[in-house]
Design a protein around this ligand. Structure first.
Ligand SMILES: Cc1cc(Nc2nc(/C=C/c3ccccc3)nc3cc(N4CCN(C)CC4)ccc23)n[nH]1
Length: 268
């Protein structure tokens, strides 16, 4: 059957959820069905000025065909003269970035961290099977759905959390792998590095190469210079050490991350 075309007045618009680089994300409800969604509004002018039309088109094309429990759904999109509207799955528990900040010790325990890493790993396997890489996995781009289920929510353009202190002009550099810091072409193994950075940050509460400025951070990334606090288990530090590896080819492949003793020990 022909795809229904949508328009803005099919929706009641709710509160602002967050501010994006190319526009904002609002809570919204489809009037007939009362179905709650997130409506991402992108301004054509800004997209044109930043010369990313092709990227936006490609990301929408990819995202609309993905079906995975840990990847946020893009249900449909429409546009008017001025804006492009993305009708996205609504994740009711907010960003992993905010959930991390809300933790008493600003970090998660090993069970919760392993649960998030396992979910992310299965989403990345699904994406890599489809030759989709560099999903820019960092806490700001991960959402928590119903029952706190993790969802990769980014479409490749950076978003400015209302309160994330570590924004640079293109997003935090904490998650960049050495090959990208050196401007080399990146393969899907960049996601293995970012998975290691995220695993560290969930368990410790800050990124492994975090420094007062980019140059310091770049230096630490290129030297893989990080220290694990005492409270981290041996199994967790083993997994992190197998992902934060300079040579992209030597990073632990996703199917082996899935069955790593730390993951198996902390997920049912
Ligand atoms: C696309 C999408 C978002 C989304 N849900 C939410 N997004 C954002 C923040 C979103 C955002 C967007 C652009 C830039 C920065 C942040 N914040 C949210 C905050 C939420 N709450 C309710 C739960 N509280 C614990 C924390 C605040 C709930 C859903 C949120 N579902 N689908």
């Amino acid at each position: 059957k022909p795809k229904k075309t949508w328009e803005l007045n099919n929706f009641d618009i709710g509160r602002l959820l967050g501010r994006g680089k190319f526009g904002n994300v609002y809570l919204a409800r489809e009037k007939e069905s009362q179905f709650v969604v997130a409506l991402k509004v992108l301004f054509k002018r800004q997209i044109g000025e930043s010369n990313v039309e092709h990227q936006v088109r490609r990301e929408i094309e990819i995202q609309s065909h993905l079906r995975h429990p840990h990847i946020l759904r893009l249900y449909a999109y429409f546009h008017d003269d001025v804006r492009i509207y993305l009708i996205l799955e609504y994740a009711p528990q907010g960003t992993l970035f905010n959930a991390l900040q809300a933790q008493p010790m600003k970090r998660f325990d090993e069970r919760q961290s392993a649960t998030y890493i396992q979910a992310l790993c299965s989403a990345l396997l699904y994406l890599h099977e489809r030759d989709i890489i560099h999903r820019d996995i960092k806490p700001e781009n991960l959402l928590l759905g119903h029952k706190g289920v993790l969802k990769i929510a980014d479409f490749g353009w950076s978003v400015h959390e209302p309160n994330s202190m570590r924004m640079t002009l293109c997003g935090t550099v904490d998650y960049l792998p050495p090959e990208m810091v050196q401007g080399k072409p990146h393969t899907k193994n960049v996601d293995l590095w970012s998975l290691g950075v995220l695993c560290f940050e969930l368990l410790v509460g800050h990124a492994p190469f975090y420094s007062k400025n980019y140059d310091e951070t770049y230096k630490k990334i290129l030297k893989v210079d990080y220290k694990l606090p005492e409270h981290i288990s041996k199994a967790a530090s083993h997994l992190i050490s197998k992902l934060l590896v300079l040579n992209p080819q030597h990073r632990l492949p996703l199917d082996q991350v899935m069955v790593h003793p730390w993951i198996l020990a902390h997920t049912q």
